[in-house]
Design a protein around this ligand. Structure first.
Ligand code: FE2
Length: 264
């Protein structure tokens, strides 16, 4: 099974870029299933129903989220009725939505699980134990299991990769918006990368305009971050999973820029 995963899509520029580049990515990597992280899709904060609908129309099959899940209040109205979107499973048991979904497309079935880290992020239930629980549940339906670990600290993400090695097909990190150079297949057969990266402006700070970010660093005063609209970059992963065993057989980084993507 071929899976395409695209890193955190930031704002309008990130969405426009996805729409523009996705057809070429489909041609090149022939994915059966396409998953994106959408937690920054609405002006950098959360996602709306209209944006999720557009992603699905463009060929996305599933959406993962993160710490910005609730930033757009409209999500409370529809998340329970949208089985193709997952938010961190280790949020409170009172929270709406789900942390695991079975995505079925093109004759394939992939479980997607979203968990959030606890290092340098708000206190939350244990991501390791929650992953145990959901991997077992997903295993009743499919051996192909993708875990999006939305976390800040490289140590916590690497630890999760080792913890789930041989039990998940893929453990990938999101949230930092910086693609790491450590993609690998761990000894137990789990494809791993510390962070997939992002889709959006490469000329700001993690997708946001640099002036406001610098103002906050230099003055420690509040400043409102807005999405930068400079030239884009797009980061993702192409993955191959052996459905019979659940093991990953290939992990390839995707790294495109506005100036170079036509020659990919
Ligand atoms: Fe995040």
């Amino acid at each position: 099974m071929n899976v395409l995963f695209i890193g955190d899509i930031v704002g309008n520029i990130g969405r426009k870029t996805l729409k523009q580049v996705l057809p070429a990515l489909k041609d090149k990597y022939n994915p059966h299933i396409i998953i994106v992280n959408g937690e920054n899709a609405a002006a950098g904060r959360g996602i709306t129903k209209a944006i999720a609908k557009e992603f699905f129309e463009w060929g996305v099959h599933g959406i993962t989220m993160g710490n910005h899940t609730w930033d757009n209040k409209d999500i409370f109205e529809w998340i329970d009725d949208e089985p193709r979107i997952v938010r961190p499973a280790n949020f409170s048991s009172e929270a709406p939505g789900r942390g695991m979904a079975i995505i079925a497309a093109n004759g394939k079935k992939l479980a997607i699980i979203n968990i959030q880290g606890r290092a340098f992020l708000p206190p939350i239930d244990c991501p390791f134990r929650k992953a145990d629980e959901l991997i077992e549940e997903a295993g009743e339906t499919t051996k192909a299991i993708l875990v999006d670990f939305h976390a800040e600290a490289t140590s916590e993400k690497i630890a999760m990769g080792w913890y789930l090695d041989g039990r998940a097909s893929v453990v990938l990190g999101t949230h930092t918006h910086v693609q790491t150079n450590d993609e690998t297949i761990l000894p137990g057969g789990t494809a791993y990368i510390t962070d997939v990266g992002m889709v959006g402006s490469k000329e700001g700070v993690l997708g946001m305009e640099k002036a406001a970010v610098l103002h906050r660093f230099l003055t420690q005063l509040p400043s409102r971050f807005v999405v930068d609209e400079g030239k884009w970059h797009l980061h993702g992963l192409s993955l191959q999973i052996d459905e019979a065993t659940g093991s990953a057989t290939k992990i390839t980084k995707i790294r495109l820029t506005e100036d170079e993507w036509l020659v990919m």
